[in-house]
Design a protein around this ligand. Structure first.
Ligand SMILES: Nc1ncnc2c1ncn2[C@@H]1O[C@H](COP(=O)(O)OP(=O)(O)OP(=O)(O)O)[C@@H](O)[C@H]1O
Ligand SMILES: Nc1nc2c(c(=O)[nH]1)N[C@H]1C(S)=C(S)[C@@H](COP(=O)(O)O)O[C@H]1N2
Length: 197
């Protein structure tokens, strides 16, 4: 099966970090997002990367630009905690047409299997036009943790990651047909929504 079989997708990846954007440390958020998505998706992907400080206006502006540029999915990392400068959820809610609270709830549940401080993440998910925007925590390792969930030593899924629900959500808002590598993340769709091969 060649790449042409799959819809092309445009994905916004946004790393929100004062120190990474200021050059204090190397940004590991964008590479981690890119690596996981490339591994999980069979679609040809065009990435739209942004590295920005924890500034609410700058984050909202970037999100609007990415949706207007035709992204059907935008993932942010960082700025979801309780610190004074953590404003990614506020910036995301400010551009929302619909809230999708299940994603944040499930991410915190998953993250509790990894760290007791999971409850400190205020991450949200929203829909703007035909785009799903998801906040992930800033720790680079939390990207795979929340998207993929928890597997045992033999690769058997113990807790589902949130990405299982992303392809069908994007179907429902009129976006491209996302297909995943089931070894990384098995997408769930109702039978009637599965596209014939
Ligand atoms: N973009 C990033 N690249 C590399 N490491 C990061 C990044 N964002 C966060 N981290 C790591 O995860 C930790 C927790 O992330 P958090 O988003 O709370 O950072 P922070 O304390 O708000 O600082 P900053 O916004 O300057 O990254 C950081 O202290 C850092 O070690
Ligand atoms: N899966 C996962 N979730 C996690 C973490 C983590 O390491 N892994 N870190 C927690 C911590 S320590 C904080 S403070 C919050 C918010 O992080 P942020 O401000 O970097 O977005 O995410 C939480 N959620």
């Amino acid at each position: 099966m060649t790449d042409e079989t799959f819809d092309a997708v445009r994905i916004g990846i946004v790393s929100v970090s004062d120190r990474a954007s200021g050059g204090v440390y190397e940004d590991k958020g964008l590479p981690a997002l890119k690596e996981w998505l490339t591994r999980a998706l069979l679609n040809p992907i065009t990435f739209e990367p942004r590295l920005i400080p924890d500034e609410q206006m700058a984050i909202s502006t970037a999100l609007i630009e990415l949706v207007d540029a035709g992204c059907s999915l935008v993932l942010t990392t960082g700025g979801t905690g309780p610190a004074l400068r953590d404003v990614t959820p506020e910036a995301t809610l400010a551009v929302a047409h619909k809230e999708m609270p299940g994603f944040g709830e499930q991410m915190r549940q998953i993250s509790l299997h990894f760290v007791p401080t999971a409850i400190l993440s205020r991450q949200v998910a929203v829909i703007r036009d035909k785009c799903l925007i998801l906040n992930l925590p800033g720790q680079p390792k939390s990207i795979a943790e929340t998207l993929e969930g928890l597997k045992d030593g033999e690769g058997k899924q113990i807790v589902s990651g949130i990405f299982s629900a992303v392809p069908y959500c994007i179907d429902l808002i009129g976006g491209p047909y996302f297909e995943t590598d089931a070894d990384v993340c098995k997408a769930f769709r109702p039978k009637a929504a599965i596209r014939a091969k």
